[in-house]
Design a protein around this ligand. Structure first.
Ligand code: THU
Length: 138
């Protein structure tokens, strides 16, 4: 049976994570909250670099924290992003790199991406955002 996801709670976790974002170069701060099957939440925020390429998106920070702690089963990620100091009301979808990174660790058709739209949680699946994904056959 599918686990009931508290979308509002997960979005609030993403908003709290956003408060720690380090984004002095773009001025766009993002928070993410990744939910595991067992109910644990791993948070991430974007961390930019003055030399740009080491910059990290919030989603991949959350993913790296979870994977490095041995987590393997993920059900959803909530994302909140907006210009620094502004409330995150419009949907902030994961960038292409994060979609690919997530795709290697989740079930594409059931993993939920939760964003905020008009003040309410809005949900789609990773396969909605990454159709015809590259799958590496070992
Ligand atoms: N960013 C994220 O952290 N996640 C996204 O889903 C989109 C973009 C970050 C990268 C960069 O630090 C800033 O937002 C502007 O692109």
């Amino acid at each position: 049976m599918d686990m009931k996801i508290d979308e509002k709670k997960l979005l609030n976790e993403a908003k709290e994570a956003r408060e720690n974002a380090y984004a002095p170069f773009s001025g766009f701060t993002v928070g993410a909250a990744l939910l595991t099957k067992s109910g644990k939440i791993y948070r991430g925020c974007n961390i930019e670099s003055s030399v740009m390429s080491p910059s990290l998106c919030a989603e991949r920070v959350a993913l790296a924290k979870a994977i490095s702690e041995g987590e393997k089963d993920f059900v959803a990620i909530a994302i909140a992003g907006a210009p620094e100091g502004e409330a995150s009301k419009e949907p902030c979808y994961p960038c292409g790199v994060c979609r690919q990174a997530l795709s290697e660790h989740v079930a594409l058709s059931s993993f939920q991406i939760i964003t905020e739209e008009n003040g309410k949680p809005s949900t789609c699946t990773l396969s909605d955002l990454l159709p015809k994904a590259f799958i590496f056959e070992k």
